[in-house]
Design a protein around this ligand. Sequence first.
Ligand code: TYD
Length: 224
Amino acid sequence: MKRGFFITFEGGEGAGKSTQIHRLADRLRGAGHEVVVTREPGGSAGAEAVRHVLLSGAAEPFGPMMEAVLFAAARSDHVEQVIRPAVDRGAIVLCDRFLDSSRVYQGATSDVDPQFMVALERVAINGMMPDMTLILDLDPEEGLKRAASRRGDEIADRFEKETIEVHRKRREAYLSIANAEPDRCIVIDASGGVEQVERVIAAAVFAAIAAIDAPQQQAVAAVS
Ligand code: TYD
């Protein structure tokens, strides 16, 4: 059976990831693909149980290392229960945040030992590296404004409430990951209108899917 495709969406607060994921999912389903939409922290029963502990700030007093371990535990459950089975049966998985969020939020903008982060990542993903990562890039001032208006009266979560300098460092960290891994990561300018960003994302994703299908079709043609 043909293997599926694993796409992750990354970026700072208010970059529009979930809106774009749902629009892309509709387009892909319209083209006949099975699509699984999921998110982190969460996405599986075990990981959703950990989500509240992380986003409420309940784990914050125990330090960033404890938070990093909890994100990794949630990710491991999510990978084995949801992501890997879906990709193995041929689905396209769209995941709102994944390993790069840990690299950026726990790694680059807190003081957890980089070697420890590398080891945690390896255990958590267990080989399930995204085929493609779309980094929605936006000025954090604009992103925080968008996030605040979306939130209404609710208070900012544990990670959204950091200073603007921290949000700026996160943006730089995402851009340096994209620079270091150009085969996996695509930076998308998220400052445009929703439809415009949607078209850019769709073009990138449909081209990537056509590229992985093409060699298979050539192989089939060669043996038939
Ligand atoms: P959430 O409200 O789910 O989403 P978003 O901000 O993407 O709209 O919040 C998830 C928060 O958790 C977000 O602030 C980033 C943070 N986070 C980490 O710090 N590390 C991680 O590994 C992940 C997956 C998320």
